[in-house]
Ligand binder design. Structure first.
Ligand code: C2E
Ligand code: MG
Ligand code: MG
Length: 561
C-alpha cells in the first residue's frame, strides 16, 4: 500500500468539504502551545489561546446553557492538568456562531489526543447544530447537556467491563416518576432544569468506573462494577440521598430498575432493556422503587436494607404511630377494649403496614425498641382517658417472643403502670401461640401473677394451639382470622369453631374473635357463645384521636342514661 502525502490541493479539498457544511464549526486546539487552527468558519479572533475560555465569556453560548458549558470547560481543563481515560467527550448546548444569529441547539464533540500519562495535549473539536427534526425529537434537551451519544456510552461500558473482568456488572436505570405531569404542572423549562440537575448530580456521584448517560427524556442509566449485591443497594441509596426529593420546589420520586449482567457477551442494549423491564415492574409501587430483573430475592434484599437503614431515624422522628383497633361486645355493640397496632408513617413511602417491617425487626432485634415504645404509648393513652373523664377500656399490646428470654418484660410492664399510675387491668398483653420453646409459659405466669390479663394471639393459625392451651395459663384466647374465615366455610369447620369456643369457656378462658369481616360471622360467633369481636366488620385500626372521639361519645351516651 502506498500512502500519499498531502498536496496543497488535497488540503484545500478537505477544508472546502468541511466548510460546505454551514451548520458546523471545526477547530483544532493545541493546548500545550496555545494555538488554535480553525478548519472552517471564523468563530475565533486571531489572538486567543484557549477557545473554550473564549466561548464561555462570549455571547456565542446562550445564557441558559452557560452554567453547563462552564462545567464542561472545567472538565476539559481537568483533562489537560490531570489526564483522563476518555478519548472523546460530547455535550449539547444552545449556541450561535455569529452575533446576528439566533441561538440553536448545538452538539459539541471533542476528540482528545493524549500523551503517555493520559494528559491531553490537543483537541479536535466539532460543533454542529441540530437539524429541525433532531431538535423536535430532543426538544426536552434545550438547556440540558446530554453527555454521551449511545455509541460512546456503549464503548465506555465495554471498556469498563473489560478492565473489570473479575467483578460483576450491574446496569442501573432510573427515571423520574410521572415526569410528564411535572412538565405539565411546572412547565417544560422547570422540567429541563430538573433533568439537568439530575445529570449534574450523576457527574458528581459517579466515578470514572461508573459510566452514565441519559437515554431518553427522563431516563438515565449508570453501569457499575461490584462484588457484593449489597453494593448496588448502597449505590442507589447514596444516589437517592445525594439527589434528594425536592428541587426548586418540585417534588419528585425516582424509580430504579437493575439488571445484573449474567452473560457478558450479550449486547449492552439487552442489559439496558432488562433494566427497563425491571424499572417498569415497580412503577406505581408506593413501597418499593427499585425493581430487579429476574429476582424477587433481590427485591426483598433491598426492602430489608431500606427498612434497616431507616428504622433508627424513624424512631427519632416519631414515625412509628400507635393505631387502635376497637374490640366490640357483639350483643351490645359497645367498645369494650382495643388492640394497639403499630403503623409506620414513612416520609417518602407513606403508611407502611406491620407485615412489612415487624418480621425484619424480629430478626434484627429492633422489635424490642418498637414494642416498648408502643407499650408506653398505650399507657399514656389510658392516662389521658382517666385525666379527661373518658371511661377507659383496656388496651392490649403485642409482645414478641423474640426477647422473652433476654428481656425483663414483667419488670417493664410493672414500671410502666406505676409510672403512669394506671390500674393494672387496663394494660393487657398478647403473645402469639407457638410451640413453647422460648419460655412463654413462664413469662405468662409471672405476668398473670402481677395482675396483667394475658391473651393468646392468633389461636388456630399454627400447630401448637392445643398444646399451648394445656401448658400456659392464658386468660383470653383470640381466634385467628384465617381460622375463622376458613372454618366458617363448611359445616364441619363451623362445628370445630363452636366446640373450640365451648371448650375454652369450659376451662375458664374468655374468647375474642379476630378478623371478623361479615355480619354472618358475628352472628354465628354470638350463637356459639363468643361475645367479643375485633375486625373490619366493626372497625379497622384507627388513629388514637379517632378512637378517643368514639370512646368519648360512648361515655357521653352512658352518662345520659
Ligand atoms: P395481630 O396482633 O394478630 O393483629 C391483628 C391484625 O389483623 C392487624 O393487622 C389488624 O389490622 C388485622 N385485622 C383486624 N381485623 C381484620 C379484618 O377484619 N380483616 C383483615 N383482613 N385483617 C384484620 P396489622 O395491624 O397489619 O398487624 C399485623 C401483625 O403485626 C399483628 O397481628 C401483630 O402480630 C404484628 N404487630 C402489629 N403491631 C405490632 C407491635 O407494635 N409489636 C409487635 N410485636 N407486633 C405487632
Ligand atoms: Mg395481636
Ligand atoms: Mg392476631
Amino acid at each position: 500500500m502506498r500512502i500519499n502525502s498531502w498536496s496543497e490541493d488535497d488540503r484545500k479539498l478537505l477544508v472546502d468539504t468541511i466548510a460546505a457544511e454551514k451548520d458546523s464549526v471545526n477547530f483544532f486546539w493545541n493546548c500545550r502551545n496555545g494555538r488554535v487552527f480553525q478548519l472552517c468558519g471564523n468563530l475565533f479572533p486571531e489572538d486567543i489561546s484557549d477557545p473554550f475560555a473564549y466561548l464561555s465569556s462570549s455571547k456565542f453560548v446562550k445564557e441558559t446553557s452557560l452554567a453547563a458549558f462552564r462545567m464542561f470547560c472545567t472538565r476539559i481543563n481537568n483533562f489537560i492538568e490531570n489526564g483522563t481515560e476518555e478519548s472523546l467527550v460530547s455535550a449539547d448546548f444552545s449556541m450561535r456562531f455569529s452575533e446576528d444569529e439566533n441561538y440553536r441547539m448545538c452538539h459539541i464533540t471533542v476528540v482528545i489526543l493524549k500523551d503517555s500519562d493520559n494528559k491531553a495535549v490537543s483537541f479536535y473539536v466539532t460543533m454542529r447544530f441540530f437539524r429541525e427534526k433532531q431538535i423536535a425529537e430532543r426538544r426536552i434537551l434545550d438547556n440540558f447537556t446530554s453527555d454521551k451519544s449511545p455509541e460512546i456510552f456503549a464503548n465506555h461500558i465495554k471498556r469498563m467491563m473489560d478492565s473489570n473482568p473479575e467483578r460483576e456488572i450491574a446496569f442501573i436505570q432510573f427515571d423520574v416518576e410521572r415526569f410528564k405531569l411535572i412538565n405539565d404542572a411546572y412547565g417544560e423549562k422547570s422540567g429541563d432544569r430538573l433533568l439537568k440537575y439530575l445529570k449534574d448530580s450523576l457527574t458528581v456521584i459517579c466515578s470514572d468506573e461508573q459510566p452514565f448517560a441519559r437515554l431518553t427524556a427522563d431516563v438515565f442509566m449508570i453501569v457499575i462494577p461490584f462484588d457484593e449485591e449489597i453494593e448496588i443497594i448502597d449505590f442507589i441509596h447514596k444516589l437517592e440521598q445525594n439527589i434528594g426529593r425536592i428541587y426548586e420546589g418540585i417534588e419528585f420520586r425516582l424509580v430504579f430498575g437493575v439488571c445484573i449482567v449474567e452473560d457478558r457477551t450479550a449486547q449492552t442494549r439487552t442489559h439496558g432493556d432488562n433494566a427497563t423491564l425491571a424499572r417498569q415492574s415497580v412503577k406505581g409501587n408506593a413501597l418499593n422503587n427499585i425493581g430487579f430483573y429476574n429476582g424477587k430475592l433481590k427485591n426483598d434484599l433491598y426492602h430489608q436494607h431500606y427498612i434497616e437503614d431507616d428504622m433508627k431515624s424513624a424512631m427519632l422522628n416519631n414515625e412509628f404511630v400507635m393505631f387502635l383497633q376497637p374490640k366490640y361486645n357483639i350483643s351490645t355493640g359497645k367498645i369494650i377494649g382495643a388492640e394497639a397496632l403499630t403503623r409506620w408513617i414513612h416520609p417518602y413511602k407513606g403508611l407502611i403496614p406491620p407485615a412489612q417491617f415487624i418480621p425484619i425487626f424480629e430478626k434484627n432485634g429492633f422489635i424490642l425498641n418498637l414494642d416498648q415504645l408502643i407499650w408506653e404509648k398505650a399507657c399514656k393513652t389510658i392516662r389521658f382517658w382517666i385525666d379527661n373523664g373518658v371511661e377507659p377500656v383496656p388496651i392490649s399490646v403485642n409482645i414478641s417472643r423474640e426477647y422473652l428470654n433476654t428481656f425483663d418484660v414483667v419488670g417493664k410492664f410493672n414500671e410502666l403502670v406505676e409510672r403512669y399510675n394506671i390500674p393494672i387491668r387496663f394494660l393487657e398483653a398478647e403473645i402469639t401461640e407457638s410451640y413453647d420453646a422460648d419460655n412463654t409459659s413462664d413469662v405468662v405466669r409471672k405476668m398473670k401473677n402481677c395482675g396483667f390479663t394475658m391473651l393468646m394471639d392468633d389461636f388456630g393459625s399454627g400447630f401448637s394451639s392445643l398444646n399451648m392451651l394445656k401448658t400456659t395459663p392464658f386468660d383470653v384466647l383470640k381466634i385467628d382470622r384465617g381460622f375463622l374465615s376458613e372454618f366458617m366455610e363448611s359445616e364441619r369447620g363451623r362445628k370445630i369453631i363452636a366446640h373450640t369456643i365451648s371448650m375454652s369457656r369450659d376451662i375458664g378462658l374468655d374468647i375474642i374473635a379476630e378478623g371478623v369481616e361479615t355480619g354472618a360471622q358475628a352472628q354465628f360467633l354470638q350463637n356459639c357463645g363468643c361475645d367479643v369481636a375485633q375486625g373490619f366488620y366493626y372497625s379497622k385500626p384507627i388513629p388514637v384521636e379517632e378512637f378517643n372521639r368514639q370512646l368519648h361519645e360512648q361515655t357521653a351516651e352512658r352518662t345520659k342514661k
